[in-house]
Design a protein around this ligand. Structure first.
Ligand SMILES: [Mn+2]
Length: 241
């Protein structure tokens, strides 16, 4: 398998079913997910990454789950997703009731607490991810990340709080040293709701921002990730207004 030109869309923190303002019409979160899927379809990306907190909590009702299935089914490309702190894979997780891979075969859901990899031979791409089981200071999303194989793109996915200089008190902490040590071409992060690009010793990473206008950020954004064998990784922020 060899590297090809690949274009991916990266989102996180949709927070479906957050129910702020108690509206009965399509919620800001639903508008956000619909807009992300619109962008993926219109741009013809090769893959969509959802880096945690697709749901706001673990008691999401069936209409929201149906809406999620309908939106993911609009995509022609594969989806890779992990859990976040709001929709963590604990014993009470929504994902014991709802399996996003059951409705749409194109969805790959990484739920192994040690992390797991999904390989896309046609894209020359492997994605390793680890979602959140327990959001606490003992959870370190980027410990023991496996190394890469040189002839393919290698992407990571994690949900946690990036702090440039160590601050042990945070739950699901991600440090500069861990990002530098990981061998990813790109690390797709979730948790912070503002678009943020990060780079440590050649490892590119970003928070894509939230697509949900009720999540406190000024702009609703996603990250477009373009992988080119001759020029490397290009990142850009897409506005979802
Ligand atoms: Mn989060």
């Amino acid at each position: 398998m060899s590297r090809e030109k690949v274009r991916l869309l990266h989102t996180s923190d949709v927070h479906l079913d957050n129910r702020i303002n108690g509206r009965d019409d399509e919620s800001a979160a639903q508008v956000g997910l619909r807009r992300v899927v619109d962008e993926a379809v219109n741009r013809g990306v090769d893959l969509l990454m959802i880096a945690g907190d697709l749901f706001d909590h673990n008691r999401v009702k069936q209409p929201t789950l149906d809406f999620t299935n309908e939106q993911l089914a609009r995509l022609d490309c594969p989806v890779v997703m992990i859990t976040g702190n709001h929709d963590c894979f604990a014993s009470y997780s929504i994902y014991h009731k709802y399996d996003p891979t059951a409705y749409e075969a194109n969805v790959h859901f990484i739920r192994d607490d040690a992390g797991d990899a999904v390989k896309f031979d046609d894209l020359g791409l492997t994605i390793w991810g680890r979602g959140i089981i327990d959001h606490d200071p003992d959870n370190r999303p980027l410990v023991d990340v496996p190394g890469r194989s040189d002839d393919e793109w290698y992407l990571g996915m994690a949900h946690g709080y990036y702090v440039p200089r160590g601050a042990k008190a945070y739950s699901s902490l991600i440090t500069a040293e861990e990002i530098a040590a990981a061998e990813f071409d790109y690390l797709a992060l979730g948790h912070v709701h503002v678009y943020t690009e990060i780079e440590h010793e050649g490892t590119r990473a970003a928070y894509p921002g939230s697509p949900n206008k009720d999540q406190g950020a000024k702009d609703m954004t996603a990250a477009l990730v373009e992988l080119n064998p001759s020029t490397g990784v290009q990142l850009s922020s897409i506005k979802l207004d």
